[in-house]
Ligand binder design. Structure first.
Ligand code: FAD
Length: 295
């Protein structure tokens, strides 16, 4: 039995793909490919399945019906260099195994994230966790200059502390969240797809989305069929709640979107009559917009 390999994926092995100011993603290794998903699934369904569905159809069926374990047969190992504020988001994905650079053992390099001015935008009024429109260039430029100055000052304090004999594990406390860390990150395909579904989404912070986009390229190279199914059914899919299904029924019967929301008790206005900017009704209209915009 030979070890499965994918030439497109092998070309990515060991290649540093730059992300943000000083970050990168490297595909260190992978185990399995689309064929490994199929092979595992045929243990459940038996050899007769081959005649019923081809491999592509089987993978798409498994993903659609959330038969998850065959996807866990494929593994990815990455080396990721990322700012601490992004690492704090990525570490929440508990199904990954990771081993991080030790700031107790080693000296932290003088590298911090410095976003381009166009990424320094106004706080969103609608999404408390997000950014909105551009700021006046002077405001964005001032913040960027402050970030740069404070980071240099913090690193100078760190260096002085080390020179004065302060332990590395203590000296690091002066370093801001924009400084970089690095880790090996290993995860199976199912949990990586789950990670991507959350972190490619527009609700996630832009800076983790760019990491997710690089990780996604590796998945696409190793398992093109599974990734295509993920794009079709998860990224490009739309999930409807019970009320939203009721609203769709009204739409099919000829109601306007606003009437459909009213029929399904999906609120669009507050008690004082003011339009709502968030909530189930607004999100349903957004789903309709996404469907209208789909190609
Ligand atoms: C847009 C966005 C905003 C966020 N905002 C915040 C925030 O403000 N504050 C905050 O603290 N976090 C926040 N998070 C993190 C979020 O709550 C999750 O911790 C993170 O997305 C990891 O998701 P997960 O648990 O599904 O993934 P994983 O940890 O990879 O777990 C995958 C799946 O395994 C199962 N699982 C894993 N561990 C357990 C367990 N112990 N018990 C039961 N089931 C388990 C679950 O089914 C889970 O979905 C945010 C995430 C996103 C995407």
């Amino acid at each position: 039995m030979s070890r499965p390999f994918v030439p497109e994926a092998d070309r990515l092995l060991g290649v540093k793909r730059p992300v943000l100011s000083h970050g990168f993603v490297v595909l260190v290794d992978y185990m399995g490919n689309d064929a490994a998903i199929v092979q595992a699934a045929r243990v459940s369904y038996g050899p007769g399945t081959k005649s019923i569905r081809d491999d592509r159809g089987l993978i798409r069926y498994l993903l659609r019906h959330r038969h998850t374990t065959p996807f866990e047969m494929v593994e990815f190992k990455f080396l990721v260099r990322l700012p601490i504020y992004v690492a704090r988001q990525m570490v929440r994905h508990r199904t990954a195994s990771l081993n991080e650079f030790s700031q107790r053992y080693s000296i932290v390099p003088d590298e911090f994230d410095l976003p381009p001015v166009e990424e320094i935008r106004r706080q969103s009024a609608r999404n408390r966790q997000g950014r909105a429109e551009a700021l006046p260039p002077a405001v964005a430029g001032r913040f960027r200059a402050d970030l740069e100055r404070v980071s240099h000052e913090a690193y100078a304090a760190y260096t002085m502390a080390l020179e004065a004999g302060v332990a590395r594990e203590t000296a690091r406390m002066v370093l801001p969240l924009a400084y970089y860390t690095q880790w090996y990150w290993k995860i199976d395909l199912w949990n990586l797809l789950h990670f991507l579904s959350l972190r490619l989404d527009a609700h996630s912070q832009e800076e983790i989305r760019v990491y997710a986009a690089e990780l996604a390229k590796a998945v696409q190279a190793v398992c093109p069929v599974a990734y295509e199914a993920f794009e079709d059914f998860v990224l490009g899919g739309v999930q409807l709640s019970r009320k939203e299904r009721r609203a769709v029924r009204s739409l099919l019967e000829g109601a306007t979107p606003e009437k459909a929301c009213a029929d399904a008790h999906l609120p669009l206005t507050r008690e004082d009559g003011q339009p709502m900017s968030t909530g189930e009704g607004v999100e349903f209209l957004e789903k309709l917009d996404r469907i209208r915009a789909s190609t």
